[in-house]
Design a protein around this ligand. Structure first.
Ligand code: SF4
Length: 352
């Protein structure tokens, strides 16, 4: 029997009266997200353990909104100001610090767009950003230049233009549907888009980029799975960063996809003070495997503006990965994910 348990998430006292049916409704979760300072104020009145510096949040000068689902907020260890979930989700004025070498569009995605909203960097692969909405806005987001800003999301005419580009570009054999978060689309919109992309003869593989498995696992309904599974071969790429995120609800969401034959791969970002420890990564990897998720990539945090407080050193990351390999006898062909570094506009390089 595994030493790792997957426990149900107890709703935070602010939502303790919420009927279970509502709590497990993804639409209820979205409607009840924490999006304003007053929401934090209300929660700290209900729970004296939750201490938050409202002035610090108010000082955070960014166009990148904040939003936290009640589910993801309930994962926070309230009395711990260094809680890894808190750090990923609650804004901090440290985001105001912008270093000279940090960039607004670090991967230069915008300059590689033959049509709006579609990055075509590698000949055989294209990435389409359909929505700039996410259930939770992760404070380290690489695309915070546009994510959370609904006005920058693609209009249906632009999505058609992007699909036409893919259709007329025969070397594209893999399409990544991302955002924001692709599972932010309604079931109908997602089904329609998948139908269009799958009808293109030269597109072999479709990948879906979503963090809903982590921040809103209730989004993975039977209906959603029945839509996605019509479009095999299709892969889901998600983004667990810490073992605390591997709850029973997250496990159930991942297993639902796996039972429908949908491979789920995980990308982790190394984040200072959050997951940059051998034991943390070891437990995360083990939990992912138990959830049926393949640990796929570990990324060095991009040089995106206002994220220096999250960034580790590459040499430290490599040291952690070496220790994992030595201490736990992880060889190249086991579950040790590849360590990748994004270069400004030059794509990814594998360092480990
Ligand atoms: S889910 Fe992804 S795109 Fe959305 S805020 Fe988090 S990292 Fe950014």
């Amino acid at each position: 029997m595994s030493k790792y348990e997957f426990r149900p998430t107890r709703p935070h006292p602010a939502w303790i009266e919420t009927p279970q049916e509502q709590w497990e409704s993804w639409t209820w979760q979205l409607q009840n997200r924490i999006t304003k300072l007053d929401d934090f104020k209300r929660i700290s009145q209900v729970d004296s353990q939750f201490q938050v510096d409202l002035e610090d949040i108010a000082r955070t000068q960014t166009d990148f909104d904040f939003a936290i689902t009640p589910y993801y907020f309930s994962l926070i260890e309230m009395a711990n100001s260094n809680c890894p979930i808190r750090k990923q989700a609650i804004p901090s004025s440290l985001e105001n610090k912008k270093l000279d070498f940090e960039l607004i569009d670090f991967p230069k995605e915008e300059s590689m767009m033959p049509v709006p909203g579609l990055t075509h960097r590698y000949p055989d692969r294209a990435m389409l950003y359909t929505t700039h909405h996410c259930a939770v806005y992760c404070r380290f987001c690489t695309r915070k230049r546009k994510v959370s800003d609904a006005s920058t999301a693609l209009r249906s005419q632009q999505i058609s233009q992007a699909v036409d580009y893919i259709r007329s570009t025969k070397q594209i054999r893999e399409v990544i549907l991302s955002g924001g978060d692709i599972f932010s689309l309604s079931n109908d919109a997602l089904g329609e888009l998948l139908d269009k992309v799958r009808s293109i003869e030269h597109v072999e593989i479709i990948r879906l980029g979503t963090r809903n498995l982590v921040t809103l696992p209730f989004r993975v309904t039977d209906q959603l799975v029945s839509i996605v599974k019509q479009f095999h071969p299709i892969y889901v790429h998600t983004h667990f960063n810490h073992p605390v995120e591997c709850s029973l609800e997250a496990q159930q969401a991942c297993l639902k996809l796996r039972r429908a034959g949908i491979q789920v791969n995980n990308h982790t970002v190394m984040l200072k003070g959050i997951n940059d420890k051998v034991e943390t990564l070891r437990e995360l990897n083990q939990r992912l495997l138990l959830m049926g998720v393949q640990p796929y990539y570990i990324y060095h945090c991009d040089l995106t503006y206002g994220t220096s407080h999250f960034r580790t050193k590459i040499s430290d990351d490599l040291g952690i990965l070496r220790s994992l390999r030595e201490k736990f006898d992880w060889s190249k062909d086991s579950s040790l994910p590849h360590y990748m570094v994004d270069t400004p506009g030059g794509g990814k390089i594998e360092l480990f």
